[in-house]
Design a binder for this molecule. Structure first.
Ligand code: PEP
Length: 249
Protein backbone atom coordinates (compact mmCIF):
# COMPACT_ATOMS: atom_id res chain seq x y z
CA UNK A 1 0.00 0.00 0.00
CA UNK A 2 1.56 3.31 -1.08
CA UNK A 3 1.13 6.34 1.15
CA UNK A 4 0.07 9.36 -0.88
CA UNK A 5 2.57 12.21 -1.04
CA UNK A 6 2.19 15.91 -1.74
CA UNK A 7 5.46 17.67 -2.53
CA UNK A 8 5.82 21.43 -2.81
CA UNK A 9 8.59 22.89 -4.95
CA UNK A 10 9.17 26.52 -3.99
CA UNK A 11 11.86 26.92 -6.67
CA UNK A 12 13.83 30.18 -6.21
CA UNK A 13 11.03 31.80 -4.21
CA UNK A 14 10.85 32.71 -0.57
CA UNK A 15 12.91 34.61 1.97
CA UNK A 16 12.83 33.80 5.69
CA UNK A 17 9.43 35.50 5.94
CA UNK A 18 7.96 32.71 3.80
CA UNK A 19 8.54 30.22 6.61
CA UNK A 20 5.33 31.52 8.21
CA UNK A 21 3.51 29.65 5.41
CA UNK A 22 4.93 26.41 6.85
CA UNK A 23 3.54 27.22 10.29
CA UNK A 24 0.17 27.92 8.71
CA UNK A 25 0.26 24.69 6.68
CA UNK A 26 1.06 22.70 9.82
CA UNK A 27 -2.06 24.05 11.51
CA UNK A 28 -4.22 22.89 8.58
CA UNK A 29 -2.94 19.30 8.41
CA UNK A 30 -3.75 16.27 10.52
CA UNK A 31 -1.90 12.94 10.83
CA UNK A 32 -4.51 11.35 8.55
CA UNK A 33 -3.60 13.62 5.63
CA UNK A 34 -1.19 12.59 2.89
CA UNK A 35 2.51 12.75 3.62
CA UNK A 36 3.70 16.27 2.86
CA UNK A 37 7.15 17.56 1.92
CA UNK A 38 8.13 21.14 1.20
CA UNK A 39 11.24 21.89 -0.84
CA UNK A 40 12.28 25.49 -0.14
CA UNK A 41 15.40 27.21 -1.48
CA UNK A 42 18.63 25.90 0.06
CA UNK A 43 19.17 28.84 2.45
CA UNK A 44 15.92 27.98 4.26
CA UNK A 45 16.49 24.24 4.65
CA UNK A 46 17.90 24.31 8.16
CA UNK A 47 15.32 26.70 9.62
CA UNK A 48 12.49 24.93 7.82
CA UNK A 49 13.57 21.58 9.33
CA UNK A 50 13.79 23.14 12.81
CA UNK A 51 10.36 24.71 12.45
CA UNK A 52 8.65 21.57 11.11
CA UNK A 53 10.15 19.16 13.63
CA UNK A 54 7.32 17.16 15.21
CA UNK A 55 4.67 18.37 12.74
CA UNK A 56 4.93 15.46 10.29
CA UNK A 57 5.81 17.84 7.42
CA UNK A 58 9.09 16.78 5.81
CA UNK A 59 11.59 19.10 4.15
CA UNK A 60 13.48 18.51 0.92
CA UNK A 61 16.03 20.26 -1.29
CA UNK A 62 15.68 21.06 -4.99
CA UNK A 63 18.98 19.68 -6.28
CA UNK A 64 22.29 18.26 -5.10
CA UNK A 65 25.74 17.75 -6.58
CA UNK A 66 26.79 14.20 -7.42
CA UNK A 67 30.12 14.53 -5.60
CA UNK A 68 30.51 14.32 -1.83
CA UNK A 69 32.69 17.44 -1.62
CA UNK A 70 35.21 19.41 -3.67
CA UNK A 71 35.80 22.48 -5.81
CA UNK A 72 32.23 23.00 -6.97
CA UNK A 73 31.50 26.64 -6.18
CA UNK A 74 27.86 27.30 -5.48
CA UNK A 75 26.83 23.65 -5.26
CA UNK A 76 25.57 21.64 -2.31
CA UNK A 77 26.17 17.95 -1.63
CA UNK A 78 23.61 15.37 -0.59
CA UNK A 79 25.32 14.93 2.80
CA UNK A 80 25.12 18.70 3.42
CA UNK A 81 21.41 18.59 2.67
CA UNK A 82 20.95 15.65 5.02
CA UNK A 83 22.83 17.56 7.73
CA UNK A 84 20.11 20.24 7.69
CA UNK A 85 17.56 17.57 8.63
CA UNK A 86 16.04 17.40 5.14
CA UNK A 87 14.98 13.93 3.98
CA UNK A 88 14.06 14.45 0.31
CA UNK A 89 15.71 16.00 -2.74
CA UNK A 90 14.14 16.86 -6.10
CA UNK A 91 16.43 15.75 -8.94
CA UNK A 92 16.26 16.11 -12.71
CA UNK A 93 13.62 18.85 -12.70
CA UNK A 94 13.08 20.05 -16.26
CA UNK A 95 14.25 23.54 -15.28
CA UNK A 96 17.61 22.03 -14.30
CA UNK A 97 17.73 19.75 -17.33
CA UNK A 98 17.08 22.81 -19.55
CA UNK A 99 18.90 25.67 -17.83
CA UNK A 100 21.85 23.63 -16.53
CA UNK A 101 22.06 21.09 -19.36
CA UNK A 102 21.67 18.14 -17.00
CA UNK A 103 21.64 14.82 -18.84
CA UNK A 104 20.00 11.58 -17.78
CA UNK A 105 23.39 10.28 -16.78
CA UNK A 106 24.08 13.40 -14.62
CA UNK A 107 20.73 12.89 -12.96
CA UNK A 108 21.42 9.20 -12.30
CA UNK A 109 24.68 10.15 -10.55
CA UNK A 110 22.83 12.66 -8.40
CA UNK A 111 20.25 10.04 -7.48
CA UNK A 112 23.06 7.71 -6.34
CA UNK A 113 24.58 10.54 -4.32
CA UNK A 114 21.21 11.24 -2.69
CA UNK A 115 20.84 7.58 -1.75
CA UNK A 116 24.37 7.62 -0.31
CA UNK A 117 23.20 10.31 2.11
CA UNK A 118 19.95 8.45 2.88
CA UNK A 119 17.82 11.03 1.08
CA UNK A 120 14.75 10.00 -0.89
CA UNK A 121 15.05 11.24 -4.46
CA UNK A 122 12.04 12.82 -6.16
CA UNK A 123 13.12 12.22 -9.74
CA UNK A 124 11.40 14.31 -12.42
CA UNK A 125 10.75 13.15 -15.95
CA UNK A 126 8.43 14.38 -18.68
CA UNK A 127 8.19 15.25 -22.33
CA UNK A 128 8.23 18.64 -24.06
CA UNK A 129 5.21 20.01 -25.90
CA UNK A 130 6.90 19.25 -29.22
CA UNK A 131 7.41 15.62 -28.23
CA UNK A 132 3.82 15.35 -27.03
CA UNK A 133 2.51 16.79 -30.31
CA UNK A 134 4.73 14.42 -32.30
CA UNK A 135 3.36 11.42 -30.40
CA UNK A 136 6.72 10.71 -28.76
CA UNK A 137 5.78 11.22 -25.10
CA UNK A 138 6.11 7.59 -24.04
CA UNK A 139 9.42 7.19 -25.90
CA UNK A 140 10.85 10.19 -24.02
CA UNK A 141 9.57 8.85 -20.70
CA UNK A 142 11.10 5.45 -21.45
CA UNK A 143 14.46 7.02 -22.34
CA UNK A 144 14.51 9.18 -19.21
CA UNK A 145 13.56 6.26 -16.97
CA UNK A 146 16.21 4.04 -18.50
CA UNK A 147 18.89 6.72 -18.28
CA UNK A 148 18.20 8.45 -15.00
CA UNK A 149 16.86 5.76 -12.65
CA UNK A 150 19.84 3.77 -11.31
CA UNK A 151 19.73 0.14 -10.26
CA UNK A 152 18.69 -0.31 -6.64
CA UNK A 153 15.54 1.78 -6.69
CA UNK A 154 13.01 0.97 -3.94
CA UNK A 155 9.79 2.35 -2.59
CA UNK A 156 11.78 3.96 0.22
CA UNK A 157 14.53 5.67 -1.76
CA UNK A 158 12.72 6.83 -4.91
CA UNK A 159 9.66 8.81 -5.93
CA UNK A 160 9.04 9.54 -9.62
CA UNK A 161 7.36 12.79 -10.63
CA UNK A 162 5.85 12.77 -14.11
CA UNK A 163 5.91 16.40 -15.16
CA UNK A 164 5.11 17.17 -18.80
CA UNK A 165 7.24 20.26 -19.45
CA UNK A 166 4.42 21.96 -21.33
CA UNK A 167 2.21 21.76 -18.23
CA UNK A 168 4.67 23.32 -15.77
CA UNK A 169 3.64 26.82 -14.78
CA UNK A 170 1.42 27.20 -17.85
CA UNK A 171 -2.05 26.40 -16.53
CA UNK A 172 -2.26 23.63 -19.16
CA UNK A 173 -3.00 20.16 -17.79
CA UNK A 174 -2.98 16.87 -19.73
CA UNK A 175 -6.25 15.02 -20.03
CA UNK A 176 -6.89 12.43 -17.35
CA UNK A 177 -6.43 9.75 -20.03
CA UNK A 178 -2.95 11.14 -20.86
CA UNK A 179 -1.99 11.16 -17.18
CA UNK A 180 -3.27 7.61 -16.71
CA UNK A 181 -1.40 6.40 -19.79
CA UNK A 182 1.91 7.96 -18.65
CA UNK A 183 1.62 6.76 -15.04
CA UNK A 184 0.60 3.22 -16.03
CA UNK A 185 3.56 3.13 -18.43
CA UNK A 186 5.97 4.27 -15.69
CA UNK A 187 4.56 1.70 -13.26
CA UNK A 188 5.02 -1.10 -15.81
CA UNK A 189 8.63 0.00 -16.45
CA UNK A 190 9.43 0.04 -12.72
CA UNK A 191 7.88 -3.39 -12.14
CA UNK A 192 9.76 -4.88 -15.06
CA UNK A 193 13.07 -3.51 -13.77
CA UNK A 194 12.75 -3.74 -10.01
CA UNK A 195 10.25 -6.55 -9.54
CA UNK A 196 6.61 -6.52 -8.47
CA UNK A 197 7.19 -5.54 -4.83
CA UNK A 198 9.54 -2.59 -5.25
CA UNK A 199 8.14 -1.53 -8.62
CA UNK A 200 4.72 -1.32 -7.02
CA UNK A 201 6.00 0.50 -3.92
CA UNK A 202 7.65 3.44 -5.73
CA UNK A 203 5.30 6.40 -5.56
CA UNK A 204 4.38 8.25 -8.75
CA UNK A 205 3.50 11.95 -8.54
CA UNK A 206 1.88 14.02 -11.24
CA UNK A 207 3.26 17.56 -11.63
CA UNK A 208 2.27 20.47 -13.84
CA UNK A 209 -0.27 23.19 -12.99
CA UNK A 210 -1.92 21.24 -10.16
CA UNK A 211 -4.36 23.58 -8.41
CA UNK A 212 -7.04 23.18 -5.75
CA UNK A 213 -9.73 22.97 -8.45
CA UNK A 214 -8.16 20.23 -10.60
CA UNK A 215 -6.39 18.09 -7.98
CA UNK A 216 -9.27 15.78 -7.06
CA UNK A 217 -9.82 14.63 -10.64
CA UNK A 218 -6.10 13.98 -11.20
CA UNK A 219 -5.94 11.95 -7.98
CA UNK A 220 -8.61 9.53 -9.22
CA UNK A 221 -5.98 7.79 -11.39
CA UNK A 222 -4.85 4.52 -9.82
CA UNK A 223 -1.14 5.12 -10.38
CA UNK A 224 -1.15 8.75 -9.29
CA UNK A 225 0.05 8.69 -5.68
CA UNK A 226 0.19 12.43 -5.21
CA UNK A 227 1.52 15.60 -6.78
CA UNK A 228 4.62 17.71 -7.20
CA UNK A 229 3.33 21.26 -7.00
CA UNK A 230 5.14 24.46 -7.87
CA UNK A 231 3.20 27.73 -7.80
CA UNK A 232 0.29 26.47 -5.70
CA UNK A 233 2.62 25.22 -2.95
CA UNK A 234 3.84 28.71 -2.04
CA UNK A 235 0.74 29.59 -0.04
CA UNK A 236 -0.67 27.29 2.62
CA UNK A 237 -4.18 28.34 1.64
CA UNK A 238 -3.62 26.93 -1.87
CA UNK A 239 -1.52 23.89 -0.97
CA UNK A 240 -3.66 22.58 1.90
CA UNK A 241 -6.74 21.87 -0.26
CA UNK A 242 -4.53 20.00 -2.75
CA UNK A 243 -3.13 17.84 0.05
CA UNK A 244 -6.60 17.25 1.41
CA UNK A 245 -7.86 16.20 -2.05
CA UNK A 246 -5.59 13.16 -1.82
CA UNK A 247 -7.42 10.08 -0.60
CA UNK A 248 -6.31 9.11 2.91
CA UNK A 249 -4.31 5.91 3.19
C1 PEP B 1 7.04 22.26 -10.92
O1 PEP B 1 7.80 23.17 -11.19
O2 PEP B 1 7.51 21.18 -10.52
C2 PEP B 1 5.62 22.45 -11.10
C3 PEP B 1 4.85 21.41 -11.18
O3 PEP B 1 5.18 23.76 -11.20
P1 PEP B 1 3.64 24.25 -11.31
O4 PEP B 1 2.84 23.48 -10.29
O5 PEP B 1 3.70 25.70 -10.97
O6 PEP B 1 3.20 23.97 -12.69
Amino acid sequence: MRRNLAAGNWKMNGTAAALSELDKLATYLSPDDAETVICPPAHLLFSACEKMRGTGIAIGAQDCHSAASGAFTGDISAAMIAETGATYVILGHSERRDAHAETDSDVAQKVRAAWGASLTAILCIGESGVDREAGNALDIIQKQLAGSVPEGATGANLVIAYEPIWAIGTGKVPTLAQIVEAHDFIRAHLISRFGQTEGDAIRLLYGGSVKPDNAAEIFTAENVDGALVGGASLKADDFAPIIKALPQA
